[in-house]
Structures are given as C-alpha cells and as structure tokens.
Ligand binder design. Structure first.
Ligand SMILES: [Zn+2]
Length: 313
C-alpha cells in the first residue's frame, strides 16, 4: 500500500434504525473534515448483525445524510459484502499464531469483569492460557468458541486530532464471534485499511477500544490511521442521547417543525462553526471547518429549548 496523500474519511453507521442528532453531528464532522481538505468520503454500512440491519434503514440513513447536503464518493460499502476479506485477515492472524479459542459466555465475562479488582471492561483472560486438554474439555461441552487475539498487554499509542496522543493497553479482542460471524473489531479494522481510510471520525464511546484496534491493524501490517473521536451528545438530563429524550431523529425533528437547514445549523453551531441562531450555507461550513474549534465536552441536545425552528433558507 502506497503513502496516503489524500485525506479519505468515512461515516459508518449500523443500518438498524434512524440516525439521531448525535450520529448526524458525527457524520457532519467526518464529511466537513474530508471536504475541507479536498479529500474523499466513504459511506459504509456496518451490517454484521443481519437480524437488526436492513436495506430500508440503509436507504433511510442515506436519505438523512443527503437531506443535510452530505454526499459520498462511490457506492456505499457494506460489511456483509466483504466477508472474504475478513476471512483472509483471520487466516493471517492464525498464521501468526496470535488467536486462541474463548469459551466464555457473555455472563461469565461480565461477572469476572465486575469482580473486585476485575479488569474494568477488559477481557479477564480466562481462556488465554488453556492447554490442549482444557480446550478439549470445554469444546466437549458443545458450545463453539469465539476466537480472541492474544494482544500480550501491548501498550499502544494512537493519534487523535481532538484528544491528542491516546495510550492504552491492547485488549484480547474477539475477531470471530462464537456464531461464526466476523467480529466488529476485525471488520472495522480491515475495512478502514482496505478502503484506504486515512482519518477515522466516530463517536468517543469508541476511544477506549481504539488502541486495541490499532494493535490488530499493526499485526495485519496496516498503516496507522489518524482518529477524531467526537464527544458524546447527551439529552437535557446529561444522559447519552436516546429515544426517551423525545425528538432526536431527523423525522421526529421535522415533526416538531425543525427544517433540515435548521438542523444542520444547530449541528454546525455545536461545532463552533457558527453562532447560535445563525445560518450558513454548506460551502461556508466547509470553508470554516476547523478541528481546533471542537471541544471534548459533551453536547447537550434538547430541541424543546430551540426557538426559530424553521431556519432561514
Ligand atoms: Zn474465555
């Protein structure tokens, strides 16, 4: 893979429902970052969960982005079209002898992780040192294993345009789920590399897993990406934006009289690009976009406090 000269960004939602204001804000940041530097922008649907993902939600989400004026280069990509790439990456990891079977249930991991002196959301390492006899005994129970990466507590530092240098200890992340489906962490690392994404913009709930993903990418020989983890959006109660906060999707906001232009202006104001109540054309936002205006504090979104919902366009 040659040096990446053009910034290439992406927005990668799961097509499992309507995008809410926080998702749309992340999409706007990713798009503005790409376009303001003359770069490219990829739309990727992360649809590993076939039961909850649907083409209807893909269309709906693409429509939401288009309504805000956001466009993308090439047809949308899909995890589900790329399983052969994930299989190939997993084979490389097997060749490196860095995978091991994990027989733990979700509950066992949660219990171990919440125990006193537990590993704080990390895999507790239960299956890491199983010998052949131990593996055979657990396999005989009939439950197929997931496959985890032996990360060896590697300390990894990634570069984030908002958070600076972020250092973490790589976790033993799952690369193949026990139902046989490639794990999200493998799919996202492979896709970001194979699609030549130079800059990953996403919600900061993924900041803590990022060193683990970067470590996985290192093992696969990928060039490191640069990150921008956008702060959480919360409701008036300070809790992560969710259905119970009322009008949070574009459709719901439209039902409250909030036009697409006004919604985009609200998002732009939250990014420090315009003042509250101001309007800017999309091209102006491209000109003004500056990561330095972003803050690491959460954005409080509460449409009931917004006046002048119709916008000026
Ligand atoms: Zn285990």
């Amino acid at each position: 893979m040659g040096p990446m000269t053009t910034l290439r960004g992406r927005f990668a939602p799961s097509p499992t429902g309507a995008l809410h204001a926080g998702n749309l804000r992340t999409a706007l940041v990713a798009w503005l970052q790409a376009r303001s530097s003359g770069g490219e922008f990829v739309l990727r649907f992360e649809d590993l969960d076939r039961l909850t993902s649907s083409p209807q939600w893909e269309q709906h989400q693409a429509g939401d982005l288009a309504a805000l004026g956001l466009d993308w280069d090439g047809p949308p990509q899909r995890h589900s079209d790329r399983f052969d790439l994930y299989d190939a990456a997993e084979r490389r990891l097997r060749d490196l002898d860095v995978l091991y079977p994990c027989f733990c249930t979700r509950r066992e991991i949660a219990e171990a992780a919440s125990a006193p002196h537990g590993p704080m959301g990390r895999y507790p390492g239960t299956c890491r040192h199983l010998d052949t006899a131990g593996r055979q005994r657990l396999a005989a129970g009939g439950r197929p294993p997931a496959w985890r990466l032996r990360a060896g507590d590697a300390e990894v530092t990634v570069r984030d345009r908002l958070h600076g240098e972020v250092t973490g200890v790589a976790d033993d992340i799952v690369v193949r789920r026990n139902d046989g489906v490639p794990a999200y962490n493998l799919a996202v690392v492979v896709d970001d590399a194979e699609q030549d994404i130079s800059d990953v913009v996403r919600g900061d709930d993924l900041l803590t897993i990022t060193p683990s993903q970067a470590h996985l990418g290192d093992l696969l020989g990928y060039v490191r990406r640069t990150y921008l983890h956008v702060p959480l959006v919360v409701g008036a109660d300070g809790q992560r934006l969710a259905k119970r906060h009322g009008a949070i999707t574009r459709d719901q906001l439209a039902g409250r009289g909030c036009s697409d232009v006004r919604l985009r202006d609200l998002l732009a104001a939250s990014l420090g690009l315009i003042g509250d109540g101001e309007h800017a054309e999309l091209a102006e936002l491209v000109d003004r976009f500056d990561v330095a205006r972003l803050t690491t504090s959460p954005w409080v979104f509460d449409i009931s406090t917004v006046t002048d919902l119709s916008g000026s366009a």
